[in-house]
Design a protein around this ligand. Structure first.
Ligand code: HEM
Length: 175
């Protein structure tokens, strides 16, 4: 039962937030929606950029198992640390202009699914689900754009980040 609960919680909110966060970034980037309708082959890369730019799992707590030093800071064995994947994603070596969301970024991997022996077991499933969602939404909704002036609201949560709601308008063909 415990394993099933972890799977359900680890898989559901994370994937929903990945889709929500990436949609926000796409809809805020001028011309991006139409570019993805014209070139759906960009979608896997855009999804990866969405994960980097606005990570659905912002961080996780970890217990340090041996004394270590990171950039001159001593971290003792047994310390509890909060590992910020979302912040590290804006600080990756070699990523130019990390504060920009780019439709065609070709940089290396990001840390949205963690790293090492506990790397997310559902990463490939989440990527497939995200790609299907973006393919279908961009294909079906012409001229999609954020609707209304109200700022987006986010649940107050240190780990999970995603919009509580997303108001979107699109063009309905008249004929
Ligand atoms: C966009 C969606 C998702 C994101 C952003 C995400 C993110 C993460 C992160 C950051 C970790 C911790 C990795 C580490 O400690 O280095 C993790 C672990 C895990 N994830 Fe995901 N995840 C997602 C989707 C899923 C899905 C779909 C499943 C299951 C079908 C899943 C199951 C798990 C499990 C079981 C772990 C624990 C792995 C371990 O401790 O060995 N996740 N995930």
């Amino acid at each position: 039962m415990g394993t099933l609960c972890v799977l359900i919680f680890a898989a559901h909110l994370t994937t929903t937030n990945m889709i929500g966060n990436t949609l926000v970034s796409i809809l805020r980037a001028p011309g991006a929606w139409q570019a993805l309708r014209d070139r759906p082959e960009l979608i896997p890369g855009v999804l990866e950029e969405g994960l980097r730019f606005d990570a659905p799992v912002q961080g996780m707590t970890r217990t340090v198992t041996e004394d270590c030093q990171i950039r001159g800071v001593a971290i003792p064995r047994g310390a509890r640390v909060f590992v910020l994947f979302g912040s590290a994603n804006r600080d990756l070596p070699g990523v130019k202009d990390p504060e920009r969301f780019e439709l065609e970024r070709a940089d290396g991997p990001n840390l949205a699914f963690g790293r090492g022996p506990h790397f997310c077991v559902g990463a490939q499933l989440a990527r497939m689900e995200g790609a299907i969602a973006l393919e279908e939404l961009t294909r079906r909704l012409r001229g999609a754009r954020l609707a209304g002036d109200a700022p987006l609201s986010y649940a107050p949560n240190l780990v999970h980040r995603g919009p509580s709601a997303l108001n979107v308008a699109w063009d309905v063909p008249t004929s």
